[in-house]
Write a protein of this length. Structure first.
Length: 206
């Protein structure tokens, strides 16, 4: 079943009452900003996947959306094919969120045992490198902002130290990517953050 509403307040009430598979959220609503809808839903511990639809393509809007807990962000105008592809990726990601391990190409990440292999061989990571990779892996397929990653790995005091994050992202790419200069596993979302891309996303996903 599909339910649509133009009102943010009504959408919040419905999302709290019913268990939906996915929420499509337009940022431009007549009664309130979509970012506020997203913020209130996550504060209420509604963990339904949320895909933002917006005509704004600037990094600040994306950072704000991902920072409040959006699972994906699609810019208007878009084709129906792209929307359906994004929906499939978000739903697959949700179903696999509790997986004990993730695979991306020849890289295997064992979340339970904190072990990483590449082409069947264990990859030796420093404690910080491993913590960073596990943060990305636990939200695999989802864009995490620089601030989110820094807070989870280094704590609140490091929330603005993007240079330190870039250094460790490069360390991981050298150990895990076939071609670190053209990464396909740890992907940059320009001006926003990073995303760990896994095999479940398929070749056409961003």
């Amino acid at each position: 079943n599909v339910y649509a509403t133009d009102l943010g307040e009504e959408g919040i009430d419905l999302a709290k009452l019913y268990d939906y598979d996915l929420i499509l959220l337009d940022l431009h609503l007549p009664d309130m900003n979509g970012h506020e809808v997203l913020r209130q839903l996550r504060l209420a511990r509604v963990d339904t996947p949320i895909l933002i639809l917006s005509g704004a393509d600037d990094p600040d809007n994306k950072i704000k959306g991902f920072g409040f807990g959006a699972d994906d962000y699609l810019t208007k105008p878009f084709g129906m094919g792209e929307l359906l592809a994004r929906l499939r990726v978000v739903l697959r990601r949700q179903r696999g969120a509790q997986a004990a391990s993730l695979r991306a190409g020849d890289v295997l990440i064992d979340l339970e045992h904190r072990r990483v292999e590449r082409a069947g061989e264990e990859v030796r990571l420093t404690p910080t490198e491993l913590s960073l990779l596990l943060v990305l892996a636990r939200d695999a397929g989802k864009v995490l902002t620089h601030r989110q990653i820094l807070q989870r790995v280094w704590g609140e005091y490091a929330a603005e130290n993007s240079a330190q994050l870039r250094v460790y992202i490069n360390y991981l790419r050298r150990k895990l990517e076939r071609d670190p200069a053209h990464p396909v596993l740890i992907v940059t979302e320009p001006g926003v953050g990073y995303r760990l891309k896994t095999d479940t996303e398929g070749p056409g996903s961003r």
